[in-house]
Design a protein around this ligand. Structure first.
Ligand code: ADP
Ligand code: MG
Length: 276
């Protein structure tokens, strides 16, 4: 199994080389070292997952940023995760290697922590997952719902004509059941979401709290067929703290360069607006 993780904005050593945390050794460490809630760990086990796959072992420590974590000193000392900033991550690992759980678990953990801190936290959409096909979008949504069972964290799949940013059931007179939603995690195909955002500016405002963007099958999302829609959505996410992770079974160097340049341009833009 070949897996490669590359991260930007993490900690650097004295030579300026990025420093990566040690991989996770056992799934069980999630609860002990990383302070993942008992409920989330139980939901992982209930799916019959006993040992973590190689990509999960490699990626989870990079993405789980837990102030409550209780890492052994040698692991904590080389954590790549900057506590305030997080990292952007590009992960390449074969089909069937368990990438979905590797991006879902850190998302759920982050949201669970935020909710624990502020009990009456108003529900905000803080995570957006993009995947190229409707089938993939429903698969991810299903897996996410299983992982999030009994956590109070809500996941929705973006459908055509859906209105974003409204609390479910309190949206008044203009909508049907699922047409207006405010959930923690949205899963969407780029075409569907892009057309919603294009029509109504208000909808882009509904994504202002998104601080985590996941591109699943990123090579497809950034190939010429979907590129414009994907980058269009990406560029409309206005949260300055946005972190992106890209997941793929294959990644041409041109796609990797494109991803890097989008991330770097964003940071430059934000820096200039900070200076102004
Ligand atoms: P990828 O996105 O890398 O192609 P998936 O996330 O779709 O892979 O996972 C492939 C299969 O492996 C799925 O059926 C999933 O339920 C299963 N799986 C994921 N993680 C584990 C694990 N730790 N142990 C056993 N099975 C797992
Ligand atoms: Mg996948």
């Amino acid at each position: 199994l070949r897996s490669k993780a590359s991260a930007t904005h993490g900690k650097k050593d004295k030579q300026g080389e990025p420093v990566y945390p040690a991989p996770l050794e056992y799934f069980a460490d999630l609860e002990g070292h990383f302070a993942i809630s008992r409920r989330l760990c139980q939901n992982v086990r209930e799916q019959g997952y006993v040992t973590a796959t190689e990509v999960q072992l490699a990626a989870l420590p990079l993405l789980i940023d837990s102030p409550e974590r209780n890492l052994p000193r040698e692991v904590a000392a080389c954590s790549a995760v900057d506590d305030t900033q997080g990292i952007d991550l590009l992960t390449v690992a074969p089909t069937g290697s368990g990438k979905t759980l590797a991006f879902l678990l850190p998302l759920f953990h982050k949201i669970a922590q935020a909710r624990r801190k502020e009990e009456k936290l108003q529900r905000r959409t803080t995570a957006l997952i993009l995947a190229p096909t409707k089938e993939l979008v429903s698969q991810i949504t299903n897996e996410a719902r299983k992982l999030g069972a009994n956590t109070g964290i809500q996941v929705a799949q973006v459908r055509k004509g859906m209105r974003l940013g409204h609390d479910r059931g309190t949206s008044g007179n203009d909508v049907g059941n699922e047409s207006a939603v405010k959930v923690d995690i949205l899963v969407a195909a780029p075409g569907t979401l892009h057309s919603i955002l294009k029509d109504i500016d208000e909808e882009a405002a509904a994504l202002q709290d998104v601080d985590t963007l996941v591109l699943d099958e990123a090579d497809v999302l950034l190939d010429p067929l979907f590129r414009e829609q994907t980058t269009g959505i990406w560029n409309r996410l206005s949260n300055p703290g946005l972190r992106v992770s890209l997941w793929s079974a294959t990644m041409g160097s041109n796609i990797e360069e494109l991803a890097r340049s989008i991330i770097e341009n964003r940071h430059k833009r934000l820096q200039t607006s900070d200076d102004a």
